[in-house]
Ligand binder design. Sequence first.
Ligand SMILES: Cc1ncc(COP(=O)(O)O)c(C=O)c1O
Length: 424
Amino acid sequence: MTTLQDCQALDAQDPLRSLRDLFALPAGTIYLDGNSLGVMPRTTPARVADVVTREWGTDLIQSWNKAGWFAMPLAVGDKIARLIGAGAGEVVAADSTSINLFKVLSAAIHIAKADRPSAQRIVSERSNFPTDLYIAEALCQQHGMELVLVETEDIAASLSADVAVLMLTHVNYRTGAMHDMAALTAAAHAEGILTVWDLAHSAGAVPVDLKKSKADFAVGCGYKYLNGGPGAPAFVWVNHKHADRCWQPLAGWWGHAAPFAFTPDYQPAAGIARYQCGTQPMISLAALDCGVDTLLATEALGGMAALRQKSLALTDLFIRLVEERCAGHGLGLATPRDHAQRGSQVCLSRTEGAYAIVQALIARGVIGDFRAGDGERHPDILRFGFTPLYIGFEDVWHAVEQLRQVMHRGEWQDARFARQHAVT
Ligand SMILES: Cc1ncc(COP(=O)(O)O)c(C=O)c1O
C-alpha cells in the first residue's frame, strides 16, 4: 500500500518542485482543474497592471510601437512554438480556439478542393469536443461536404480516398485518452488526406512535435495548461508548406501584408501572419505571455520531457491510490492505463452521483470537474487534471483521501451537492 510518507518522499526528490513557487496557489485548495483553467502565475498581476497603468494609461497609443503591442501575437506565438515542436515564425497567438479552427479547417478544405476535388468528407471522432464538431458541421454546410463522425477505434479504417480532412483533438477532453499524432497523420497522408489537430489539452501538458509528426494544421488553447487566464487568446500553427497556399477566410487587416498601407484590396501577409484577423486584446496577451513563461521556465529542468515524466508519475499515483483506497465505491477508470495513450488528466466514471461527488469534493477544497455522459458507452465523468508545474505527490494523496471520505461517509448524497450550476 502507498503511504502519505511515500508521497512526501516523491515530492522531496522531485526536480520540478520549485516551479510551484511560480504560481499563486490559493491556500487550502488542491487544484485539479488546470486542464480547464490554469492557475494564475505570480507575475501576472503586476504585468497586467503595468500594461494598464503605464503602457495604456501613460504611453497610450505609442505602446503599439514602444511596448511592442503590434508584434505580440507573433512574439507569444514564437514562445508557444517551443512547446509544440514548431519553428519560430510558425505560430500566432490570437482569437479563440473555435475561431482558429474555423480558419484552419477552411484553409484545409480549400487546399483539398484544389488538390483532390472528389474528396468531399471531413472525418472526426464522435467524442471530439463539441465546438470542433459544430465548426466542422457549419463548414460542411457551407461547402456542400459531409461530416462523418466515427468511434475512436474506427478512425484508421475511415480514412478512404473520399476524405478531404481528418480533424481530431489530440487528447480527449472527457477521457484524457491521447492519439498517436504521427501514426494517424501518416495514415491520413497515405490517402492524401490533410490533418487538423486540436491541441487544447496537449500544449503545455504533453510533448508535441508538430514538425516531426508532419501534421498539416493545429490550433490550441491559452487558458488551460498554458496558464494564460480566463478567455486567454488561443494559438494557430500551419505547416509552412501550406501557409502561403491560400487565404484564410477571416481576411482582416492584421493579416494583410501591409496593414498600414490601408489599401482597398487584400494582400495576405506571408506565412502564419495571415492567420491574424483584427486587433488583439493586449491585456490578455500580456497575461498569456506570463503563463507561457511558466512553461518555458522548465527548459532548464528538462523541458516538456521532464514535465511529462512527472505528469505520468502523478496520474499513475492517483489511479493507484483510488484503486487502493476507494475500492468498492463504484468508481471506474475512464482514462487509458497505457502511458502512450494518456494525456495529463484522469477521469473516473460513475453511473450515479458523479456531479454531486465533484461538488462534495470542491466543498472539501479539492477542485476537479464533472462532464456528463451519454449512456453506457460514455458514462458520467469525474475529471481531474494534473498540471505537473504546480501539483505535487502529496496533493495527490490528500485529494484521494478527501474522495475516500466523501464516498465512505456518503457525503455526496446531501441535497446541497445536487444543485446544478450553469458551468460544471
Ligand atoms: C478540445 C477543445 N477544443 C476547444 C475548446 C474551447 O474552445 P474555445 O476556447 O473557443 O471556447 C475546448 C474547451 O474546453 C476543448 O476542450
